[in-house]
Structures are given as structure tokens and as C-alpha cells.
Ligand binder design. Structure first.
Ligand code: ITT
Length: 216
């Protein structure tokens, strides 16, 4: 065995404090749940009074990176950001990186889900309405290093929305292999992390599995 560690091995595993670079309370809750087994102290962007950067990127990865880097710079500690969204096949991948923006300034996801339904109707797109949720997690280290991890889950949309659990577009997304929407699942079921290390269920938990293998 070589005594020389690779640069990936040299980078520290996460411990101590981490700032969750999100202003979305649903995401913050999920990040805390996912981190819970690892004893990392997750502080929120709000607790540190961090500003919300403008999402000027054109990909999930770009936006995750810019949010994490801004928070790491402002706080001086390692930052974890998530950029995510719902991509609807018949809508050419929309709302995608604009998923939060479709809910408007009032963050009205009832209206955002109704817009998805309206746009499918306008195209007379027949069911099943294939869609996926994507999450890119970005870890920005105070020394400027950046790592990203992507997760995706495929499924179909259902109307009317079902369930009140979760957040955002959860009530209209039914993951493949399941009868219920994310809005009808509790957090454990939505994350769906099997004890044997096989693939988790949600996009965020799938991205987190990749991160945890290297950094936790
Ligand atoms: P931050 O940038 O502060 O993290 P945001 O809500 O603006 O918060 P995004 O730009 O990444 O975050 O928007 C992603 C949107 O996609 C989010 O607001 C949700 O509506 C939706 N979304 C992402 N993951 C989801 C999930 O697990 N369940 C339901 N909706 C989800």
C-alpha cells in the first residue's frame, strides 16, 4: 500500500460545525435529518444572518456552487448548499432551475403546482406525465475547494396534489415503484435510505449518499 494519500483522501471529513446555505425551511429540515446520524452541528444561514445570493447560474450545479461558496466566504466555515428542482419531461425539463421562482415572491407552491398542470393541459400532453426531481449538493470549504454531488429520482406527476407532508412540489410527485406521492410520505420514507447501503429514494438523499461516502 502506498503511503501517499490521494488529494481526495487528504481533504478532511466533515466534523464540528457546518453551515446549511439555504433559506428554504423544508430543505433545512431535510439536511438536518440526513446529517443527524453523523454528529455534525448544522447551523442555518438564517442563524448566521447570511444574505441570500442571487441564483445567476444556468445549471443546478452552478447555483449550488455559488450558494455554498458565498456562505463559506461569509461564515469562514464549511458550507453545504442544495440546488434542486422538478424537471417535467413534456415541458422540456421546466420548471427545473426555476422551480422556486415558479412559486413567486409569496412562495405559493399551490400556484406553482397549478401552473405545471395548466402548462401540461395547454400542450394536451397525455399521462403519464414523466418527471424527475434533481438535487445537487455543493460543499464549499473555507480554503476555496468545492465538491458537488448529484442525485435524481424519476417518477410521474399526479393531479390533484396528494398529501401535506414535505414541501414544494412533493404532493404532485409519485416516485417510480411507489403508489404514494412524496407529499403522502413521512421524512424517513421520502429519504428512503436502506440500512444495507443500497440506493436511497429521494433525489436529496441520493446526492447525500454520495457525499456521505466521501466526507462523513
Ligand atoms: P435556497 O436556494 O435558499 O436553498 P430555494 O427554495 O430557492 O432555497 P432552489 O432554488 O434550489 O431553492 O429551488 C428548488 C425548489 O424546487 C424548491 O423551492 C422546491 O419548491 C423544489 N424542490 C426541490 N426539492 C424538493 C423536494 O424534495 N420536494 C419538493 N420540492 C422540492
Amino acid at each position: 500500500m502506498s503511503g501517499e494519500a490521494s488529494s481526495a483522501e487528504k481533504r478532511a471529513r466533515l466534523s464540528g460545525r457546518l453551515v446549511a446555505a439555504t433559506h428554504n425551511s423544508g430543505k433545512l429540515r431535510e439536511i438536518r435529518e440526513l446529517m443527524k446520524p453523523y454528529g455534525v452541528n448544522v447551523v442555518s444561514a438564517a442563524e448566521l444572518n447570511l444574505a441570500e445570493p442571487e441564483e445567476t447560474g444556468s445549471t443546478f450545479r452552478d447555483n449550488a456552487a455559488l450558494k455554498a461558496e458565498a456562505a463559506a466566504r461569509a461564515s469562514g466555515i464549511v458550507a453545504l448548499a442544495d440546488d434542486s428542482g422538478l424537471c417535467v419531461e413534456a415541458l422540456g425539463g421546466a420548471p427545473g432551475i426555476y422551480s422556486a421562482r415558479w412559486a413567486g415572491g409569496g412562495k405559493d407552491f399551490g400556484a406553482a403546482m397549478a401552473r405545471v398542470e395548466r402548462e401540461l393541459e395547454a400542450l394536451a400532453a397525455p399521462p403519464p406525465w414523466r418527471a424527475s426531481f434533481v438535487s445537487v449538493l455543493a460543499l464549499a470549504w473555507p480554503d476555496g475547494a468545492l465538491e458537488t454531488f448529484e442525485g435524481r429520482v424519476d417518477g410521474a406527476l399526479v393531479f390533484p396534489p396528494r398529501g401535506t407532508a414535505g414541501f414544494g412540489y412533493d404532493p404532485i410527485f409519485r416516485p417510480d415503484g411507489h403508489d404514494r406521492t412524496f407529499g403522502e410520505m413521512g421524512p424517513e420514507e421520502k429519504h428512503g435510505i436502506p440500512a444495507d447501503g443500497s440506493l436511497a429514494l429521494s433525489h436529496r438523499a441520493r446526492a447525500f449518499q454520495k457525499l456521505s461516502r466521501e466526507r462523513l
